[in-house]
Design a protein around this ligand. Structure first.
Ligand SMILES: *Cc1c(COP(=O)(O)O)cnc(C)c1O
Length: 376
């Protein structure tokens, strides 16, 4: 056994590395006192643009608001269908329901955990047959790998449907050498502490290459502000990124490229050790992952998880229920034939410790315990 308990995500190791810089960055905010929309917010947004290559990056309060702001900018509301994979975190669908639109569940591909374009295409016809207007689709980059955005976009374009990429788990990943943030009509991410790029509280961002959309979203995140300070021109919300969080994120973004490389190395070591023993994650052609999670498919999942726990290896289940099975969501429509892959995955997925500071020796311990749990 290692000296200290194995962490599922070790935020402490990262903090130890840059603690001085973070302390200094927070101190600078305390000194200038511009806690709301201070200079660090704009500086961080500029860095986000440079990092992603997207022409507009807007900070906001969290990844859920980010999704809502985009849908609000498009005027999505009652009578509209918003297509969402059934196998995702609740926020991806919640925002559609919140705006009075109808989350419409589609299935995912077992190998990638991401939206199945064929299921999406079928769901468009199903929604129309139910009298709904197919308004938007939310491909989610689950566990850090980009969804097949070009395939989704092609279908969406043929029907005039807007594409909102939920990249809360994939910030930093690439598809065909383009960073996440450039796919779809808009992309959102989250800086929740446990995401690949996390702050020390809540935070989020929206990316787009559409200047008009960016302008509307900038207004929505600030109560629907217009050009005159007290002439608000639309219904918006209060969704600003805190200056202190932006200051922290600037320091974390500086080491993020190295962390992405480290995540790749950790994932490769897992795949080497576990391929053939369990179903390991597969990336689509042209994709890199931000490895928010390293998720196995395990048939005897609950027994394997119990054995890992006993041996001191923390594991998590993302997600134990598909959205279309959950109490607050099961009355919403789903693609004809339902979402059987999502339901099946929820009973078989197992995520193992994943963070950039996972040492080879600890990882060997994890894979050896996993190996014996899987084979017994
Ligand atoms: C975390 C997450 C969100 C929401 O982000 P918050 O910042 O917690 O609001 C949305 N979608 C997915 C897929 C997520 O993992």
């Amino acid at each position: 056994m290692s000296a200290s308990p194995i962490q599922f995500i070790d935020l402490g190791a990262q903090q130890a590395l840059i603690r001085d810089k973070i302390d200094a960055a927070i101190a600078r905010v305390l000194d200038h006192g511009q806690y709301i929309m201070g200079p660090e917010v704009r500086e961080f947004e500029q860095q986000l643009q440079e990092f992603t290559g997207a022409s507009h990056a807007l900070g906001c309060a969290n990844g859920t608001d980010a999704l809502a702001i985009v849908l609000m900018a498009w005027g999505v509301g009652p009578g509209d269908a918003v297509f969402v994979p059934s196998f995702t975190y609740v926020a991806s669908a919640e925002v559609a329901g919140m705006l009075g639109a109808t989350p419409f569940f589609v299935d995912v591909i077992e190998e990638t955990f991401n939206i199945d374009p064929a299921s999406f295409e079928q769901a468009i016809e199903d929604a129309k047959a139910q009298g709904l207007n197919p308004a938007a689709v939310v491909p989610v980059d689950l566990f850090g790998q980009p969804a097949d955005a070009p395939a989704v976009q092609k279908i969406a374009d043929a029907h005039g449907i807007k594409v909102l990429v939920d990249a809360a788990q994939s910030f930093g990943a690439t598809l065909h050498n383009r960073r996440v943030g450039n796919w779809g009509h808009a992309t959102t991410t989250s800086f929740f502490p446990a995401k690949p790029l996390g702050c020390y509280g809540d935070g989020g961002a929206i990316f787009t290459n559409d200047a008009d959309l960016a302008k509307v979203m900038d207004s929505i995140r600030l109560h629907g502000k217009g050009r005159e300070k007290y002439d608000n021109v639309r219904i918006g919300m209060n969704s600003r990124l805190d200056t202190i969080q932006a200051a922290i994120l600037k320091e974390k973004l500086a080491i993020f490229p190295a962390e992405l490389e480290a995540r790749d190395r950790v994932a490769a070591r897992y795949t080497d050790a576990l391929e053939g023993i369990a179903r390991t994650p597969k990336l689509i052609d042209g994709a890199t992952s931000a490895w928010a999670q390293y998720t196995l498919i395990v048939e005897d999942r609950d027994a394997v998880q119990a054995k890992c726990k006993e041996a001191g290896v923390p594991t998590m289940i993302y997600y134990p229920m598909a959205l279309s099975q959950q109490t607050g969501y099961k009355h919403y429509p789903a693609v004809s034939g339902g979402t059987p892959v999502s339901h099946s995955l929820s009973g078989r997925v197992l995520s193992v410790p994943m963070h950039p500071y996972l040492e080879g020796s600890v990882q060997r311990e994890i894979t050896s315990i996993l190996g014996s749990a899987l084979s017994s």
